[in-house]
Design a protein around this ligand. Structure first.
Ligand code: SF4
Length: 212
């Protein structure tokens, strides 16, 4: 299956900086790991770096239309009030037939999946928590035209105005996940990020790590 993973443009607001704290760092390899798992399952995956490459919505639209994926995965880290712009973009992509399915994943959707599924009809489902295995299973299911409803870690509309999901067990064998795909844009950063562990020994009530 042809899949695009999209890092959308992010709005940086100095006054909200403390709200997001280390979330961009925590999530910087989620797309790369997801792409690696999808490729290991035989899917054709391309990453569009809308954020790092500073793409406009028009440029992203062109890139998605050129790629014509069956599945568009969108990594939402944080987005504040600019959500609507992203949602309208996704609706346009779906309505124009540029992609058939849209799934979102990341820290923001994990905690705001209800709001996203309510506000954006173009989003078919939301990956909750660690995305790699859930995304792999849903891509396989879509390839085989199977239902997504039974996949652990995926929040879907239940058809009665609510949402159905069950959390997936945490990935026990982190070494079993292939090394992340790194894009050219990532090598323009003044750092190279690696992930040595997941989770935390702390349980600070204000922190996103434990609930994720
Ligand atoms: S739970 Fe506490 S110690 Fe652990 S990453 Fe969060 S803030 Fe830091």
């Amino acid at each position: 299956m042809k899949i695009i993973l999209l890092e959308h443009p992010r709005t940086f607001l100095p006054e909200r900086c403390n709200d997001i704290a280390n979330t961009p760092l925590s999530s910087c390899l989620l797309t790369g790991y997801t792409a690696a798992v999808l490729r290991s399952r035989g899917h054709e995956v391309e990453i569009i770096e809308g954020y790092l490459d500073g793409l406009s919505y028009r440029e992203m639209e062109k890139a998605v239309c050129n790629a014509a994926p069956l599945l568009l995965g969108v990594h939402i880290v944080y987005h504040w009030e600019a959500h609507r712009k992203l949602f309208r973009f996704l609706e346009k992509m779906k309505e124009s037939g540029a992609c058939h399915h849209i799934i979102v994943y990341g820290f923001c959707p994990t905690f705001a999946f209800g709001e996203i599924l309510r506000e954006c009809s173009a989003v078919d489902a939301v990956v909750i928590g660690e995305p790699e295995q859930t995304f792999g299973e849903l891509a396989d299911a879509l390839s085989q035209k199977d239902s997504l409803r039974t996949i652990a870690g995926l929040a879907c509309r239940d058809g009665a105005g609510g949402f159905a999901y069950r959390r997936r067990e945490l990935t026990a064998d982190l070494d079993g996940i292939p090394f992340p795909v790194r894009t050219e844009a990532m090598f323009c950063l003044p750092e190279v990020n690696i992930q040595g562990s997941r989770g935390c020994y702390g349980a600070c009530t204000f922190c996103h790590i434990g609930p994720f």
